[in-house]
Ligand binder design. Sequence first.
Ligand SMILES: O=P(O)(O)OC[C@H]1O[C@H](OP(=O)(O)OP(=O)(O)O)[C@H](O)[C@@H]1O
Ligand SMILES: Nc1ncnc2[nH]cnc12
Length: 183
Amino acid sequence: MSETNLFESKLELVRSHIRSFPDFPKKGIVFRDVCPILKNPAALAALTDLFEEHVRTSYQQVDLIVGLDARGFLFGPLLAQRLGLGFVLIRKKGKLPGSTTSVTFDLEYGQAEVEIQDDVVDPGQKVLIIDDLLATGGTLCAAWELLKQQQAEVLGCLVVIELLDLQGKNKVKPLPVFSLTHY
Ligand SMILES: O=P(O)(O)OC[C@H]1O[C@H](OP(=O)(O)OP(=O)(O)O)[C@H](O)[C@@H]1O
Ligand SMILES: Nc1ncnc2[nH]cnc12
């Protein structure tokens, strides 16, 4: 199979394992569920391959992968392992022990506060943020803000799904966002 066909077949495998649930968790929201990807080893391997290839071809040096609560934790450690890098968590408020910094922000359906432990990222470290989905961009912006406060250099973001009509990419400009699928 050619490189292009292999890329397309991996992408299709990932796409075909995303389920859509209308009116969850609120009327008018179409919830995009990545859980079927986890249930299918080939789809999960394909997703990790695609992220790995993107990172290897787009960045000369990355020091750390930072995952967002909760579904960024599903894909981030797999990618970090492939790249031989460490993985760090940004969590919803109140879950992390020790000294932390937090930021409040608006979601597509509600408000949230995320935080990071103050000693898990070294100043100047080059980091990539990973999550399952980009909606309004509020979560990514908050994560970016937290990492800036830790004096990390955020290189970009990786998501499985981008919801185009919410224009989250504009909100996080000029941070590059790589998304595998779009709705
Ligand atoms: O671009 P945004 O508008 O900020 O939305 C995207 C975020 O919303 C979802 O998480 P959610 O807050 O539902 O948390 P969960 O992963 O713990 O379910 C999703 O997993 C992203 O993290
Ligand atoms: N439509 C959606 N589906 C899944 N997770 C989300 N987070 C924010 N919007 C979402």
